[in-house]
Design a protein around this ligand. Structure first.
Ligand SMILES: Nc1ncnc2c1ncn2[C@@H]1O[C@H](COP(=O)(O)OP(=O)(O)OP(=O)(O)O)[C@@H](O)[C@H]1O
Ligand SMILES: [Mg+2]
Length: 220
């Protein structure tokens, strides 16, 4: 039988904790060893786990491994998705790409830049809203900085419409559909961009996990 506490990368097997045949008792330091190695494989050898990012990682790991105790402690609702916010270059996109690998048996979400969603609308019109609004698991990357969509002279706040659709879906499917996103904007800026109807639904759709405003740009 498969042991879900172990993940193989090439010839190396990483242990994430102990498995008693029924459930995995995850060990956070072991998870960090794995994420550090997997991060290097995905993003290059400069990748490392920064001390100042460990609290964010602990929260995200608790969410993805469905650790009820820590989720409760951090006020995270397992039913909702994740909105990961933070300043430019702090590592949001990398983190969301990396964490998919922690739970290989869970349905993976597709990372999709919001700019691409807008551009898709410019070509295809409302079909785009249906495509991203219905079903599937997505992580909408860089929410709030995408251009307004324009199709045959009609302007549309495309991501706003998609979030409204996904909220309806989330309510209808009894919370089974998850939506994740990353953003540089804070709550007020998101409300300016999408209006209070979307903002209010975003609170239901997402757990907010935020990097420190002063988190440094890892591109520098
Ligand atoms: N833990 C890390 N160690 C080393 N480099 C990292 C780490 N995390 C991210 N990087 C690198 O820093 C750069 C920025 O990371 P990333 O794109 O994930 O940030 P971001 O927060 O999504 O930025 P933006 O706000 O511009 O979308 C990338 O080149 C990435 O490879
Ligand atoms: Mg990014």
């Amino acid at each position: 039988m498969d042991n879900p506490s172990k993940i193989k990368e090439g010839d190396i097997e990483y242990s994430l904790g102990k498995f008693n045949g029924k459930c995995v008792y995850y060990d956070f330091p072991k998870i960090l060893v794995y994420l550090n190695a997997k991060g290097k494989l995905l993003f290059g050898k400069r990748f490392k786990i920064y001390d100042q990012d460990k609290v964010i990682l602990l929260k995200l790991c608790a969410y993805f491994i469905r650790d009820k105790e820590n989720c409760k402690k951090y006020g995270i609702d397992i039913e909702k998705g994740i909105l990961l916010s933070g300043p430019v270059g702090c590592g949001k996109t990398s983190m969301m790409k990396l964490l998919r690998h922690l739970v290989p048996t869970q349905r993976p979400y597709e990372m999709i830049p919001c700019r691409n969603v807008s551009f898709s609308y410019n070509h295809l019109g409302f079909k785009t809203v249906e495509q991203y609004g219905n079903a599937k698991f997505f992580c909408f990357d860089n929410l709030g900085v995408e251009p307004v969509g324009r199709f045959y002279g009609k302007d549309l706040n495309v991501m706003g419409e998609i979030l409204l659709s996904r909220y309806e879906l989330y309510m209808r499917t009894k919370h089974k559909i998850k939506t994740h996103a990353t953003t540089n904007l804070n709550a007020d800026e998101l409300e300016d961009r999408y209006g209070n109807r979307v903002r209010s639904r975003m609170r239901e759709l997402f757990n907010l996990i935020a990097f420190d405003k002063k988190a440094k740009d890892k591109r520098k």
